[in-house]
Design a protein around this ligand. Structure first.
Ligand SMILES: C[S@@+](CC[C@H](N)C(=O)[O-])C[C@H]1O[C@@H](n2cnc3c(N)ncnc32)[C@H](O)[C@@H]1O
Length: 205
């Protein structure tokens, strides 16, 4: 597998060392995305950058058909032990999407898009939109410039910094959210503070 700006080796080592480090409680924004999806009668969900699946559980519990894409094989192993065949997992980078020819009612992408460079972010948004059913909803959770880490470390691009080796992060503001998502059904942007200040970005098709 190639080295991607998402830092394949970093994430593989990360999950080898720390395993289920975030536990199995979903992030608050996963719960929120779940509630949005439930209200829209979503039956199938794609989760790019699914990790070991802590955010997949809420969707599975509501009977939604969940598919994940993940770059770390260790994270996939943990997910497969936990979910068995209840979740379909593809090993690889989201930069190589699509992995199937299905379309989905809902897409939930948590804390992944800001790890990508400009072209990769653009391609991810396009690829997700392309795999969304008409009437479907895609939700991205992305770090904002209000994060204390914004501007720290080595500058590697406009609003993009490498604080930890191999991990480059792009920090969004409302202008960049609009610039990147407007052509892809942008409906709303809300601030949601979890371990970082995040934007909860909702798009519909
Ligand atoms: C900050 S973590 C969030 C994990 C997960 N969404 C969660 O909250 O449990 C980012 C995740 O994206 C994965 N990742 C990073 N770059 C990736 C890429 N280019 N393609 C697919 N997955 C990637 C990492 O291995 C990691 O699981």
């Amino acid at each position: 597998m190639n080295e991607h700006s998402g830092g394949h080796e970093h994430w593989e080592t990360f999950f080898q060392d720390r395993q289920e480090m975030w536990g199995w409680q979903p992030a608050p924004s996963a719960q929120r995305a779940h509630d949005v999806f439930l209200s829209k009668n979503v039956k199938s969900v794609l989760i790019p950058g699914i990790g070991y699946g802590r955010n997949a559980q809420v969707f599975v519990d509501s009977g939604m058909d969940v598919t994940g894409i993940e770059i770390s094989s260790t994270a996939i192993d943990i997910a497969q032990k936990h979910f068995g065949n209840r979740v379909t997992m593809y090993l690889g980078s989201v930069t190589d999407m699509p992995y199937d020819d299905k379309s989905y009612d809902g897409i939930f992408c948590y804390a992944l898009i800001h790890l990508l460079d400009t072209d990769e972010r653009k391609k991810l948004i396009q690829d997700c939109y392309h795999q969304l059913n008409d009437g479907g909803t895609m939700i991205f959770v992305a770090i904002t410039k209000d994060a204390p880490t914004y501007g720290k470390g080595q500058k590697v691009g406009e609003d993009r910094y490498e604080l930890h080796e191999g991990i480059k992060m792009y920090f969004y503001d409302l202008d960049s959210v609009e610039r990147e998502f407007d052509a892809f059904g942008l409906q709303s942007v809300e601030l949601i503070t979890e371990q970082f200040p995040f934007y909860f970005i909702t798009c519909t098709k």
